[in-house]
Design a protein around this ligand. Sequence first.
Ligand SMILES: NC(=O)c1ccc[n+]([C@@H]2O[C@H](COP(=O)([O-])OP(=O)(O)OC[C@H]3O[C@@H](n4cnc5c(N)ncnc54)[C@H](OP(=O)(O)O)[C@@H]3O)[C@@H](O)[C@H]2O)c1
Length: 304
Amino acid sequence: MDNKNKGKILVIGATGTVGSEVLKRLVSTSSDNSIRAAVHSRNRADEISRQYTNKGIEIVDLDYMQPETITNALIDINRLFLQTLPVPDAINICSNIIREAKKNGVKYIVKLSAMGADSKPGSTILRLHGEEEKIIKESGISYTFLRPPAFMQNFITQFGQTIKTQNAFYAPAGDAKMSFVDTRDIAAIAAAMLMNGNNGSNKQHMNKAYDITGQESLSYSQVAEILSNGIGRKISYININENTAKEGLKQIGMNDWFINIMIELFRIIRTGYGSETTTEIERITGRKPIAFAQFIKDYAKAFR
Ligand SMILES: NC(=O)c1ccc[n+]([C@@H]2O[C@H](COP(=O)([O-])OP(=O)(O)OC[C@H]3O[C@@H](n4cnc5c(N)ncnc54)[C@H](OP(=O)(O)O)[C@@H]3O)[C@@H](O)[C@H]2O)c1
């Protein structure tokens, strides 16, 4: 990579639910070929290449488990969209990324975190996000932490299969409420912050953390009702106990570590985690967050 590439924005997790939307927004607003997309699996890398042919983005392989790919992806980067994964090695992975970021003079990081990362959470996922935030803070690089609760898009990525095949989704959520947020709203904020992260107009967001939620807190039964109305067939929410949830996750190939952290997460969801709404999306973007009914309308095909 030569010096004319200096000053690029790197989107890590460019095929993820948030990262893919961040990339889309950055490509549509940037005209100076300054975007690099880090992709993991080959087939999804090919998808991105097709989608963005002639759009001037650079695609780079990045596997969290192969540190040399992290080193390569960060060369000449000065702004970073950072998405990590809930895996046992998360802290090490984050440290590797931040070390390379520092080495390359990265000036600004927008990190996809999670609501509650700053509390003393009874959940491994939130604790990991908290520790990753600490690594970034201690690096001295400017940052903005975006802390959503659960994504609306989980109803496609996590519950979509049984919604399509059984007209039902299963979760150990009881009658808990969740302030689901559309990943397009998170991405809109992340992309705007990254674009402006170089020109000083972003000062008010530097070194801040925002809880990014939808406008309403909904129970999983209410979601089932909105889904049913939106797609025109009855979809049911089936509340399951922890053991049934564990068996279900095992059947779809999840490992024990991941199963346990999901069970932990739903345990705190049942006691109210993620039910609080904030007005950050409207305050930052000047418009209301996308409502759940609108999300269903926009993604109706995904449930057929
Ligand atoms: N889901 C939620 O409701 C929610 C709520 C709050 C916070 N978060 C946080 O958001 C982040 C993304 O969560 P998600 O589960 O929804 O993920 P996701 O959107 O499904 O994205 C996962 C991304 O990570 C990439 N990836 C997987 N393994 C990788 C590896 N070894 N090296 C490099 N990239 C790899 C995937 O690429 P491939 O597809 O090519 O493997 C994909 O682009 C996590 O930090 C999570 O804690 C999620």
